[in-house]
Design a protein around this ligand. Structure first.
Ligand SMILES: O=P(O)(O)OC[C@H]1O[C@](O)(CO)[C@@H](O)[C@@H]1O
Length: 268
């Protein structure tokens, strides 16, 4: 795990976009794992900018999103289909046939989970997975649990997740209670992972994911076992890392510098 603390959300987003851009520059037919939520919004904005300014080519890229609500049609403004299309897909030259999200309206959710998992494997797995983190430590919609759920599966959302996501809906009663999510093994099989955390409401989850034991109670903690994870944390979300760690622990865990090597790839 390489952990970087950056000064603000803008810098987090630029660095994340540059890592994704670098991945595509090096491997144009990359398979990307993508996330929704507030955190990656500005990263998508910067990816669109890089596409427009530098001609970053998405035409061979394949994408798989982490999750989708069960029961929301694609046209619903709160579906992750809508979010991805509105905030990213329609602005770049992605091939529609190479875009994948779980179908929250599938007649059989179990069959959809199996098919989604198979589609990821058929594409050779994910090259770079972008993740946000929930206040309860979830990644994708893998909620705190007694065990790690391996593959794409149906999730019953926790009350705190429903409350956290209610801000996007007119009323909390409209927030779906179920979702389809990639599993922990699906995520862990990605060749590279970038975990993004923004805002002081994520400080506790970040601290527990990065510094404490690996437990399904904090699903993101499993990433400590992944061989190639970059964690980019904005100052507010890094508050407990900075307050609670000793100097030696910081030396071991944290990189306070910027990710210069990634920014250079796109410029060359
Ligand atoms: O970025 P946000 O909006 O805080 O969401 C954090 C996480 O919650 C989810 O949106 C699911 O609730 C994830 O997809 C995301 O990574």
């Amino acid at each position: 795990m390489r952990v970087f603390i950056v000064k603000d959300y803008e810098e987090l987003s630029v660095q994340a976009a540059q890592i994704v851009a670098g991945q595509i520059y090096v491997k144009p037919n990359s398979v990307l794992g993508l996330a929704t939520g507030s955190t990656p919004l500005l990263m998508y904005h910067h990816l669109i900018r890089i596409y427009k300014e530098y001609g970053l080519d998405f035409s061979e890229v394949t994408t798989f999103n982490l999750d989708e609500y069960v029961g929301l049609p694609e046209a619903d403004k709160n579906s992750y289909h809508y979010y991805m299309n509105d905030n990213f897909f329609r602005h770049v030259n992605l091939d529609q046939k190479k875009i994948h999200l779980p179908d929250g309206m599938a007649a059989s959710v179990d069959a959809e989970c199996l098919a989604y998992e198979k589609a990821i494997q058929n594409c050779g797995g994910i090259d770079l997975q972008v993740l946000g983190i929930g206040q309860n430590g979830h990644i994708g919609f893998n909620e705190p649990d007694e065990k790690f759920e391996a593959y794409t599966h149906e999730v019953k959302l926790k009350q705190d997740t429903i409350e956290a996501n209610a801000r996007f809906f007119a009323d909390i009663s409209e927030v779906p209670t179920r979702a389809i999510s990639m599993g922990i093994k699906t995520i862990m099989q990605a060749k590279k992972v970038v975990l993004l955390a923004n805002g002081s409401n994520k400080a506790e989850a970040v601290y527990r994911a990065v510094c404490e034991g690996i437990t399904p109670e904090i699903p993101a903690s499993i990433l400590q076992l992944h061989q190639d994870v970059i964690v980019i944390i904005e100052e507010g979300a890094a508050q407990y890392l900075k307050d609670r760690l000793t100097f030696q622990q910081k030396e071991k865990i944290l990189f306070f510098n910027k990710i210069h090597e990634c920014s250079k790839i796109i410029a060359s």
